[in-house]
Ligand binder design. Structure first.
Ligand code: NAD
Ligand code: UD1
Length: 339
């Protein structure tokens, strides 16, 4: 297949590009580099031995998008490009409506103009808000708890509507739980700008000495050790899921909404201990107040992905810690990493 990846030089997009290339697909990357590095295509080439054509464009530019889809004879799109910071979305809702919702509409218009009728979309477990219970199934109610979550839900709805009215032939809304880790080569990984919001990037920066300690946001939750529980998933497993979901919707012309998680909950303290075991680095922690908007615990029931397209996460929390550390240590110039 010839596949265009919007946001293809970002964290999840770049790993998916590598996974798709390994399965013989031809990949075109489209990005405006608002949150990624310009040498990602070169690093992908070093990793896979294949070249990755790059279009530097904004997803709101329908004309450029339409031309790209036509010129590269694209069969399907995987849509990663979006803004993703919860706090920023609450500070500037219109920016998020514009980039995420309007951007998706422009992309869908370009796809329609170029007769591209298959899309895989990066959604998030954030659409479940505070779930009543875990493991979470896809038919649990969706709840909007912040502007970012609102945009994800609207984008999902747009895609489902177009599939229902036969404007799209195949669509997959993939609800990621908590992606972490990096390619084991440490050639690609996550590059958060400024102070990381998410646990794993923060933790690895404590391990490199870039930050003095990890704040644990609350140890009085109703969880086994009092700290927040999440379903961390290795980005390589996530990348593989995109390839299988894409092949499934392309072969069967179906519209699906699917959780991508491991099905296992890990607490903040368990992750800190796993990190020490996987890397030999102890992390200094301090207990801090709960972070507003945080959920005590959530994890996926990932059975539907296995049923529909035979996907199951294979990599463990130790693998996630080891690969996150390799990547962050390399970036920090630490060369004695032996894990
Ligand atoms: P990322 O920021 O690393 O990747 C997004 C890419 O899109 C970046 O390369 C950025 O430069 C590009 N981009 C942003 N706006 C653009 C625009 N208007 N036009 C063109 N390119 C644009 O983020 P990621 O972690 O790889 O996330 C990818 C997708 O997955 C996002 O839609 C995100 O909301 C979703 N998601 C991420 C997580 C997570 O924890 N990382 C969890 C759930 C869902
Ligand atoms: C956060 C976002 C969510 C988004 C997801 C992407 C919020 C409120 N939610 O979710 O919308 O989809 O990232 O992966 O921002 N923690 C600490 N110390 C830290 C950082 C985090 O203790 O420095 C704890 C949190 O309280 C939580 C767990 O670690 O219990 C995971 O946090 P994080 O990585 O930010 O993910 P989410 O909270 O699931």
């Amino acid at each position: 297949m010839r596949v265009l990846l919007t946001g293809g030089t970002g964290y999840i997009g770049s790993h998916t590009a590598a996974a798709l290339a390994a399965r013989g697909h031809h990949i075109v990357l489209l990005d405006n580099f608002s949150n990624s590095e310009r040498d990602v295509p070169a690093r992908l080439q070093a990793l896979t031995g294949q070249s990755f054509p790059l279009i530097e464009a904004d997803i709101r530019d329908t004309e450029t998008l339409t031309r790209a889809l036509r010129d590269h004879e694209i069969d399907a799109v995987i849509h990663f490009a979006a803004l993703k910071a919860v706090g920023e979305s609450e500070a500037d809702p219109l920016l998020y409506y514009e980039m995420n919702i309007l951007g998706t509409i422009r992309l869908l218009q370009a796809m329609q103009a170029a007769n591209v009728a298959h899309i895989v979309f990066s959604s998030s477990a954030t659409v479940y808000g505070q779930p009543d219970s875990s493991p979470i199934l896809e038919d649990f109610p969706t709840r909007v708890e912040n502007i970012y979550g609102r945009t994800k839900l609207v984008m999902e709805d747009l895609i489902r509507d177009l599939a229902r009215t036969n404007k799209l032939s195949g669509a997959a809304n993939l609800r990621y739980f908590n992606p972490v880790g990096a390619h084991p080569s440490a050639l690609i990984g996550e590059t958060p700008r400024g102070v990381p919001n998410n646990l794993m990037p923060y933790l690895t920066q404590v391990a490199t000495g870039e930050r003095p300690h990890l704040n644990i946001f609350g140890n009085d939750y109703n969880t086994p050790d009092g700290t927040g529980v999440r379903d961390y998933i290795h980005v390589m497993d996530l990348a593989e899921a995109h390839a299988l979901a894409l092949e499934h919707i392309f072969a069967n012309n179906v519209s699906i909404t699917v959780n991508l998680g491991t099905g296992e909950g890990t607490s903040v303290l368990q992750l800190v201990r796993a990190f020490a075991r996987a890397t030999g680095r102890e992390i200094k922690t301090l207990i801090a107040p709960r972070r507003p908007g945080d959920v005590a615990s959530y994890y996926a029931n990932p059975a539907l992905a296995e049923k529909l397209f035979g996907w199951k996460a294979k990599l463990s929390v130790l693998d996630m810690c080891r690969d996150s550390w390799r990547w962050q240590a390399k970036r920090a110039g630490i060369n004695d990493v032996q894990v």
